[in-house]
Design a protein around this ligand. Structure first.
Ligand code: FE
Ligand code: ZN
Length: 243
């Protein structure tokens, strides 16, 4: 495989992960949503990897905080949502829905997923079936609807749900355990949710991460993907906001 995905567990309050996507032929690495720089630089130097670029999904501080320092460390291209360029002036390569970029001889498709923020984008690698989805889709959950409408978020999640089922889902936060609690609350009889909750609890107890997920697993265990209508989705999202 030409791509290898590394993870940095930031162990901050928001439980961010920074995914590092390595081109194994060149040891060039893309840092996805680097909330801070020092851990990234440390990791790259320890593993003899080179920073090759930065991919951003949306403007929130915990996704872009490390960008200025990383750019100072190495002058690499910074990809991010064109619609949020006023909030992320560090972007050198603005992207929008339908755009394609290339890394490690792989084609990367950009999908716009407004809802959490208006310009939120995700990065999909079709030939490797990898999805870097920021704060839109979480394991057993989804991002809060801050800027867009519920309708936009519902549509965005449906687009991700339609990706190939084997697609590996790399979200930005370790929110799985609390999402599982909510999923079990709204679907107490769902055996797949029961089983996954146990697995997740065991992993977290052992200090292990619960990602990546897959689209297939989310279709079975994520109430927000399982909602049958916009109304149902909106009710779930509002219930979760106060859960
Ligand atoms: Fe966010
Ligand atoms: Zn975030």
């Amino acid at each position: 495989m030409a791509i290898h995905v590394h993870v940095i567990d930031v162990k901050n309050q928001l439980q961010n992960y920074i995914w590092l996507i390595e081109d194994t032929a060149t040891q060039n690495v893309i840092a996805v949503d680097p909330t801070e720089a020092d851990l990234v630089i440390q990791y790259l130097e320890q593993h003899h990897l080179n920073l090759g670029g930065i991919w951003l999904t949306h403007w929130h501080k915990d996704h872009i905080g490390g960008v200025p320092e990383l750019q100072h460390y190495k002058n690499v291209p910074v990809y991010g949502p064109r619609e949020e360029i006023s909030k992320i002036p560090m972007i050198t390569h603005p992207l929008q829905d339908g755009d394609q970029i290339e890394f490690a001889n792989e084609r990367i498709e950009i999908i716009a997923v407004p809802g959490h923020t208006l310009g939120h984008i995700v990065y999909f690698v079709p030939d490797e079936e990898l999805l870097f989805c920021g704060d839109t889709l979480f394991a057993m959950g989804c991002g809060r609807v801050f800027e867009g409408t519920f309708e936009q978020m519902y549509h965005s999640l449906n687009r991700l749900a339609a990706l190939p089922p084997q697609t590996k889902v790399y979200c930005t936060h370790e929110y799985t355990q609390s999402n599982a609690k909510f999923a079990l609350h709204v679907e107490p009889d769902n055996v797949a949710i029961q089983q996954r909750t146990q697995e997740v609890n065991t992993k977290r107890l052992a200090g292990e991460i619960t990602l990546p997920s897959s689209i297939a697993l989310e279709l079975e265990t994520n109430p927000f993907l399982r909602a049958n209508s916009l109304v149902e989705f909106q009710q779930l999202r509002q219930l979760k906001d106060n859960f």
